[in-house]
Design a protein around this ligand. Structure first.
Ligand code: ZN
Length: 474
């Protein structure tokens, strides 16, 4: 592989010497007190607002696009993507379902122009409403749900749940899509009482996805009560449409408890969907900062943020990381700026992609599940993820770019590798790297309780990731 100029490791003489100086630069205290700063708590508060406004991937994509529209990005249909007129640069944002791509590009691309991309994902594991959801059992009206991705199933029990997603309505000129959210405590999945499952604390909780996860929302068959409405009727009322005009839905449940900053010193963020709305929010904030600073106009770089849906279920879809969505939009941006196909492929090979997804912080109650020499601390700074079997796309070349971005941002860096005897998770990094032929580095903020309905991360890590991403894009 030809080394990309912008992805070249920093000059430093012999490899050994470079490695030593790299360690010295990046070695940081296990946790840093930056969570106490105003900037850090502001960043955490903005993240909380974003998460609470984004119960579904559709809402997350809408929120991301709206934030960028606020700094001059023009919203366009990806099918007719063109370089939008702006000040000194061209900036646009395109949404398709729960995926969104935004770009900041020079008016004309040239032989030196390259791509710099941050990718993340909008979706989180949860429970999705089935097409014929209405059921009755034991005097209760229930909704049938499918499990989306790999949630910690137990975390959805005994929580007050709302409904959200999007609905396709019959319209005069074809189906109309509308987002909806019902932030009402409508649904509940009750756990079986311990008296009826005496060995649960010794043998663990076993949940059958078909049998044990259907939420209920009403009593039925009670004399004097009116007939319980079905899901379509409730949905129709929520969006102001006749139930007969509902053609289909992508609906899901979401936990209602608002996100909070918690801990003795208020140093943690407790929220749903931190994986991976934290990375989405940081990437959008970094791009907005770059666009507002005017640095994008001066550079010879096509800067892109792409937030994919469907990462949690393998990314194989029209708008997932394994589909053609990103490549197609990138090529159309390139052609609209006067480039040709050969130059496009060169600009990818010489570019760099940052794949951002949350990383496992070391759980204090399960230290043995983590690699002992790669402890990852909450509030310890962004994480560089490495896997020899390319479950992460990181290599020395792409890693060096991120190490330097963290140094310039003044934030500590942590290096993650899985225990060798445990299978490693993966993310969109290897998919975008292989589909586009772009050097890629996998990074993320540390978190606990990944894939729980209620996750946890460090306040300082929110601002730190954002600052390092801004440096990566600059
Ligand atoms: Zn993730």
């Amino acid at each position: 592989m030809v080394l990309a100029p912008r992805c070249r490791a920093p000059p430093g003489g012999a490899v050994g010497a470079a490695a030593v100086s790299l360690r010295r630069v990046t070695e940081a205290p296990a946790a840093f007190a930056a969570f106490a700063t105003e900037a850090a708590s502001n960043a955490a508060r903005r993240l909380i607002e974003f998460i609470d406004a984004s119960p579904s991937p559709y809402h997350a994509a809408e929120q991301a696009a709206a934030a960028l529209e606020g700094v001059g990005f023009r919203l366009g249909d990806p099918a007719s993507v063109a370089i939008a007129a702006g000040g000194g640069d061209a900036r646009g944002v395109a949404v398709t379902g729960g995926s969104v791509v935004a770009w900041l590009a020079p008016r004309r691309v040239g032989p030196q122009t390259t791509f710099r991309i941050i990718g993340a994902h909008t979706d989180s594991p949860n429970l999705r409403i089935k097409p014929n959801p209405d059921g009755r059992r034991a005097g209760l009206a229930q909704l049938g749900v499918e499990v989306y991705g790999g949630p910690l199933l137990n975390s959805w029990l005994d929580r007050d749940l709302g409904l959200c997603g999007r609905v396709a309505l019959r319209g005069e000129h074809g189906p109309q899509l509308r987002l909806f959210r019902l932030d009402e405590p409508l649904l509940r999945i009750p756990q079986l009482a311990i008296h009826l499952d005496r060995e649960i604390n010794e043998k663990g909780l076993l949940l059958n996805k078909q049998q044990h996860l259907a939420p209920f929302w009403a009593t039925t068959d009670v004399a004097g009560l009116p007939e319980t409405p079905g899901f379509a009727a409730v949905l129709g009322e929520a969006v102001g449409a006749d139930a007969a005009d509902i053609l289909a839905w992508d609906a899901m449940v979401h936990p209602l408890e608002p996100s909070r900053i918690v801990g003795l010193r208020r140093e943690f963020v407790s929220a749903p969907r931190i994986d991976n709305q934290l990375s989405c929010h940081a990437a959008v904030s970094a791009l907005a900062t770059l666009a507002s600073s005017g640095d994008g106009a001066a550079s010879d770089t096509v800067t892109v943020v792409v937030l994919f849906d469907h990462e949690e279920v393998g990314s194989t879809s029209d708008r997932g990381a394994a589909g053609g969505f990103l490549a197609s939009v990138l090529e159309r941006i390139w052609l609209a700026a006067g480039g040709e196909r050969g130059g496009f492929l060169r600009a990818l090979a010489e570019g760099c992609c940052l794949s951002a997804d949350c990383a496992h912080a070391t759980n204090p109650n399960y230290v043995d599940r983590h690699e002992p020499d790669h402890r990852i601390a909450l509030n310890g700074g962004p994480v560089l993820k490495v896997n020899a079997n390319v479950r992460y796309a990181t290599d020395a070349v792409s890693a060096a770019v991120w190490v330097e971005a963290c140094r310039r941002a003044g934030v500590p860096l942590q290096r993650f590798v899985n225990r060798t005897d445990l299978a490693c998770g993966s993310t969109i990094g290897p998919l975008t790297a292989s589909a586009l032929g772009i050097p890629t580095v996998d990074v993320g903020a540390p978190q606990l309780a990944m894939h729980s309905a209620r996750e946890l991360c460090g306040v300082a890590d929110v601002a730190a990731l954002e600052a390092a991403m801004t440096e990566f894009l600059r």
